[in-house]
Design a protein around this ligand. Structure first.
Ligand SMILES: [Zn+2]
Ligand SMILES: [Zn+2]
Ligand SMILES: [Zn+2]
Ligand SMILES: [Zn+2]
Ligand SMILES: [Zn+2]
Ligand SMILES: [Zn+2]
Length: 240
């Protein structure tokens, strides 16, 4: 079976990673285990969850705009800082160019709740650190500080908070999604990976249209961002 990913020009095949074989995922830069999507010609590999990441998400942490999956950061530095975990990345990110929001693929799909042996209660994902009268908070696993702008797994009853990456070391990476209590529908978006079979013609047309719409949306976001920068420069010139 061959697969087509919208970020790669060749078809991909499923490959079982052998012991000792070191293949880095082109989506998240970490090593691959188990089965991966592979293009040997280009040394392009994707974890299944990275390959199946949707082209955009409507994420509860950023409800005002859709976050669009981009293959590389558009910043001059060539890397981005993830708004969820605070760590950098230089491959796939879910991005709102307008607000400079960037999320690693795995951070965009963290499970809404995890249990961890360090705490008897379930920990819920919250999009900030616990606020306790402005006092700095520390991760109960690694003892390093919890930045209020980054996400945490918390038990609010016990005022217990930990870093997302500390709480999920034993969680299998995957595409966890928030359940929308309103209608029970999973977040919208088309999977990045399509089975390369021609039977699905009707679907494909729809996907192409939406992809075009996404490109337009992304361009629009960039244009607005540029317009904003121009306006800032103009404003600063007027002041001086
Ligand atoms: Zn990956
Ligand atoms: Zn290739
Ligand atoms: Zn992250
Ligand atoms: Zn935004
Ligand atoms: Zn920690
Ligand atoms: Zn608790």
């Amino acid at each position: 079976m061959e697969y087509k990913h919208f970020r790669h020009q060749h078809n991909l095949n499923i490959h079982q990673v052998q012991q000792g074989q070191q293949l880095r995922c082109s989506g998240c830069e970490s090593f691959c285990h188990g089965s991966v999507y592979a293009c040997w010609q280009c040394n392009f590999f994707l974890h299944s969850h990275c390959g199946n990441a949707t082209r955009y998400v409507k994420h509860p942490s950023h409800p005002s705009h859709p976050l669009i999956l981009i293959p590389q950061p558009t910043y001059c530095s060539g890397s981005f800082l993830c708004n969820a975990c605070g760590q950098s990345g230089s491959t796939f990110s879910y991005c709102c160019a307008l607000c400079e929001v960037d999320l690693h693929v795995h951070c965009a799909f963290l499970p809404p709740e995890v249990s961890h042996k360090v705490h008897p209660h379930e920990l819920s994902l919250i999009y900030s650190a616990l606020e306790k009268k402005g006092a700095p908070q520390f991760c109960k696993i690694c003892s390093k500080s919890l930045e209020s702008k980054h996400w945490t797994y918390s038990c609010t009853k016990c005022n217990f908070g930990v870093h997302t990456f500390c709480a999920t070391t034993e969680v299998k990476p995957g595409l966890y999604q928030m359940e929308d209590p309103a209608d029970g529908v999973t977040p919208e978006g088309y999977p990045g990976l399509q089975q390369d079979v021609s039977e699905a013609k009707e679907d494909q047309i729809e996907v192409e249209l939406s992809e075009e719409a996404l490109v337009q949306l992304y361009k629009l976001q960039l244009q607005m961002q540029m317009a904003e920068q121009v306006a800032q420069v103009m404003a600063s010139m007027n002041l001086s």
